[in-house]
Design a protein around this ligand. Structure first.
Ligand code: ATP
Length: 901
């Protein structure tokens, strides 16, 4: 059996030879796929056992632990003690139904959110049988050779065999906040966990450099697996909005309980029987408290999360759903988000000569065109050296899978492998000139350097960075002093056509420490990265929605500007470009204005991204920011909503983000903003529906008690109506599809209160209609000589019917309901049909008549009920038309006018 399983605690003391022997691993080529598969079968996947959730019974009981339910339970208990079997049964039935419903909804919402975790599983780069490949992290086995790069999450416990500038943030494990600098040599046995610099532990994050390590422990056998406290990272599912709603419900709860107490006291003082008064007070409380509110919010948010997931945006924190809806500025990367990240070198400029390159994509088919030269003749040295530098100073591999050639590694580097191959330089050259040392690419120092066995050093990177270090240029005739002006002209010409540029240089030496000057410039490679076609439409949608979009890129200003123009980044605003160097010289007070008026920020350093976000936020914006690199993490955290790239994003960036785009696509981000707005709209609709219906129900009882008249609706009947309508009618608004015009409005002001003036007006109008309708028809029936049970059944049906019609009013708070399509939300229609069926049963089934003291009513009575329902409906539609779109605008709270585009 594999010796690794015995898990000697002293991996850090092993020499590399011992390590190879102990793990049965080849420290260059890795395991063979067959051996890896055998070990996976024997040892199981590299997963931590999930923490035990509380059992279903406990979760069910948790549903009962709410103030309202406790009140209901207490009154149910009292009713039982008084031997009022029917009332007690109904009350307890309502409690049970409520709990079952809450339990099911919560389980569903939890499952939807849990399911998202599987979409964000990580992958690891391993060597298997001599080639690098990316595998799901759970397939790693002891003995696997894992390649670590800045931004990765360490996928298992590793003993390092190579480390170049490798730094790892181990704060989750050791509490140490500074990243640990790693090395590969053996350490003394007594070294403590935090000082084992030749180990990398599962779950920690690589913040810089590169390294290679052998897996020594997986799954629960890792150090992290041993610490159960780290297993679960509980994420609060509270959002600013749910907090606002909870506050509102709590406040309402107290007001209503006070009113119920008043009603109780008044009833008693009139000498009514204690039990009757008690039940009326309970019914008042139950009717008036909008107990469906929290459930509706959870469900609406959960539906939003899954709608977003369907559109490829994964929410990591629930609060992101609503923040997305109020976003006013999106700061987006260029490469991969607004462009395809499909690089093809189309021109090489070396020795002062331009060489067009034919072919598209990574397939090495095409040629480097040399006009006038015979194909047999040796290519000029500057051209060969420029392409050779691109091939050797490079960590990417091309992989051919099912006839498709893809890049393993950075697409920019992949394009350089392809361009070299088009001149006949293949990856075999990497074996011929083995690499001894690497200075990895880092966006804070945008170049990469490698030192090779023959003493040569190659560099590639951003043109400014490379040129600043060059004194000579390699020309066909040999070395010549660098003509900086000529190179700059070429750079400007290529970049203004939208090409992404890399400059190349070489030197020789014994180390990579001194690369500050005296290098030889080899040339430029210009690559095309086509803009994403979908980005154009998505940008248009953002402009219509009053959301500004800014490109923040590490790329050259002219390249960025050309791409911005191609995709219409700035809409009708002038396209202003500012570079990182210009930002550096900017006084503090100017940041706000520059951040506001500029659409393209080029050659931006990560710390400047952070300041830009901050400046925009100080201007009152809600900022969504995309990022993928390790250095983007602070800006992602600072933004109101940080969005990491699912494909190219590093684990560090994902960790810092609130949401992920699984396809890295700007259009997905725009879709997420849209869904965020729909969620907020639907929540507002639910509030607009539930508060007046609750108010109406409570008012009916309160008015009757205070006036000392016969209750037009019995407490059990209120319980019945309340329960059935909240579930079958109100909740269905969560499923309301997006309305026309959702993305044609300015963003909502996140500081706007939940209950706006208009909403309060609507609540009062509908509440009064319900009160008047129920009392009015009750009085009509009794005067007509109908039995009390019949008159009460009419009143109950008024209540339900008005709520039913009003539900359709609430399907849109801006448009007339007939315009949004009567069948566009089948949930509402199914709920309505179910509700009608239940009311018919309530009215006509003998068993229901016995339970609820209801009685069959006449067709004429139905006619009068429908007239009231229809009148309420038309009244609200009339109000909607009268207020026009301002109704909705007020309901949503608009951005202050100075921020409107
Ligand atoms: P964005 O932030 O929009 O994704 P970007 O990908 O162009 O932009 P960086 O990756 O920071 O931003 O690249 C900045 C510059 O660094 C590029 O213009 C290029 O010249 C250079 N560069 C990019 N990748 C490499 C690399 N692997 N090696 C050396 N230089 C690179």
């Amino acid at each position: 059996m594999n010796p690794v399983q015995t898990r000697p605690p002293d991996w850090h003391t092993r020499s590399l030879d011992d390590l190879a022997a102990d793990t049965g691993a080849d420290l260059r080529a890795g395991l063979t796929p067959a051996e890896a598969a055998a070990r996976l079968k024997a040892l199981g996947p590299n997963l931590l056992t999930p923490p035990r959730r509380s059992g279903p019974l406990r979760r069910f009981l948790a549903q009962l632990n709410q103030p309202l339910v406790l009140i209901l339970l207490a009154s149910g208990g009292i009713t039982l003690a008084l031997r009022e079997w029917v009332d007690a049964g109904v009350i307890l039935g309502v409690v049970l139904l409520n709990a079952v419903f809450g339990f099911v909804q919560e389980a569903k919402a939890e499952k939807a959110i849990e399911g998202l975790a599987t979409l964000t599983r990580t992958r690891a780069l391993v060597m298997r049988a001599g080639s690098a490949m990316s595998v799901p992290s759970e397939d790693l086995v002891p003995g696997d050779l894992v390649i670590l790069q800045a931004g990765d999450r360490v996928p298992a416990d590793l003993r390092l065999v190579q480390a170049s500038e490798l730094a790892i943030d181990e704060s989750t494990l050791t509490g140490e906040s500074l990243p640990a600098s790693k090395l590969s040599k053996p350490l003394p046995a007594a070294t403590g966990l935090a000082d084992r610099l030749n180990m990398a532990f599962a779950g920690t994050l690589v913040t810089a450099g590169q390294g290679v390590g052998v897996v020594v422990a997986t799954g629960d056998r890792t150090e992290t697996g041993g610490l159960s406290r780290l297993v679960a990272e509980a994420r609060s599912q509270e959002t600013p909005l749910t907090r606002k709603v909870a506050e509102l419900s709590n406040r309402l709860l107290y007001v209503i309980l006070a009113l119920a107490a008043v009603a109780f006291a008044v009833g008693l003082s009139r000498g009514q029987p204690v039990f009757e008064v008690f039940m009326a007070a309970v019914a008042l409380a139950v009717g008036a408290i909008p107990e469906g509110l929290p459930a509706a919010f959870t469900v609406t948010l959960a539906i939003g999360v899954s709608r977003m997931a369907r559109r490829k945006a994964i929410i990591r924190r629930l609060a992101a759903v609503e923040t997305l809806g109020s976003t006013t500025v999106i700061c987006s990367d260029k490469t991969g988000t607004l462009t395809e990240n499909q690089m093809t070198v189309q021109e090489v400029w070396a020795g002062g000569v331009s060489y067009p390159v034919t072919g598209l994509g990574y397939v090495p088919e095409g040629e480097v065109v040399r006009e006038g030269a015979s194909p047999e003749g040796a290519p000029p040295e500057p051209l060969v050296e420029c392409l050779k530098a691109g091939l050797l100073c490079n960590d990417a591999w091309l992989v051919s899978e099912q006839g498709r050639v893809t890049v393993q590694g950075d697409p920019t580097e992949g394009a350089l492998v392809t361009s070299a191959a088009k001149l006949g330089l293949t990856v075999a050259l990497r074996e011929e000139c083995p690499r001894l040392e690497t200075l990895p690419f880092d966006s804070r120092r945008p170049f990469m350097a490698t030192r090779h066995a023959d003493g040569s050093i190659y560099l590639k990177g951003a043109s400014e960075e490379i040129l600043a270090r060059c004194a000579h240029a390699l020309m066909e005739a040999g070395l010549e002093p660098l003509d900086l002006a000529a190179v700059q002209r070429q750079i400007d010409a290529l970049a203004s056509r939208g090409y992404r540029l890399l400059a190349f240089a070489r030197t020789s030496g014994e180390s990579l420490d001194a690369l500050s000057g005296g290098l030889v410039f080899l040339g430029l490679q210009a690559m095309r990265d086509p803009p994403r076609a979908e980005a154009i439409a998505a940008l248009e949608a953002c402009h219509r929605a009053g959301v500004q979009v800014k490109m923040i890129t590490g790329d050259h200003a002219a390249t960025a500007k050309a791409i911005a123009r191609q995709i219409g980044l700035s809409g009708n605003r002038p396209l202003r470009v500012v570079t990182g160097a210009e930002l550096d010289g900017l006084p503090e007070e100017a940041w706000g204005l520059v951040a506001e008026e500029t659409s393209v920020f080029a050659r931006v350093a990560p710390h400047q991204k952070l300041r830009l976000v901050d400046a925009l936020q100080k201007n009152g914006h809600v900022v969504a920011m995309t990022g993928d690199g390790v250095n983007d993490a602070p800006a992602l955290k600072q933004a109101d909503i940080g969005i990491a790239m699912g494909i190219t994003g590093t684990e560090v960036a994902k960790e810092a983000a609130d949401a992920l785009l699984t396809d890295d696509n700007f259009a997905t981000l725009q879709a997420a903003v849209e869904e965020g707005r729909v969620v907020y709209e639907n929540l507002t609709k639910f509030i607009a529906w539930t508060l007046p219906t609750n108010l109406g129900e409570g008012l009916v009882i309160l008015a009757a008690v205070l006036a000392g008249v016969t209750l037009p609706i019995l407490p059990v009947q209120i319980l019945w109506v309340n329960m059935t309508t909240a579930v079958l009618l109100g909740l269905m608004l969560a499923f309301e599809p997006r309305e026309a015009g959702t993305m044609d409005r300015a963003p909502r002001d996140p500081r706007a209160p939940l209950l706006t003036f208009d909403l309060i007006g609507m609540i009062l109008v509908v509440g009064v209609v319900i009160l008047a309708g129920a009392f009015g028809l009750f009085a009509w029936e009794t005067q007509r000589g109908a039995a009390l049970a019949e008159a009460r059944t009419v009143a109950v049906n008024v209540l339900v019917t008005v709520q039913l019609f009003y539900l359709f009013n609430c399907r849109s708070l801006r448009h007339p309901t007939h315009r949004i399509g009567l069948f566009s939300n089948r949930w509402v229609n199914s709920g309505a049909i179910a509700m009608i069926a239940l009311q018919l049963a309530f009215t006509y089934l003998p068993v229901m008549n016995r339970l609820f003291q209801s009685a069959p009513i006449s067709m004429a009575a139905w006619g009068r009920i429908l007239v009231i329902g229809l009148a309420a409906y038309l009244l609200i539609e009339g109000l909607k038309a009268l207020r026009g779109s301002s109704w909705h605008e007020a309901a949503h709270g608009q951005m202050p006018s100075d921020l409107r585009p």
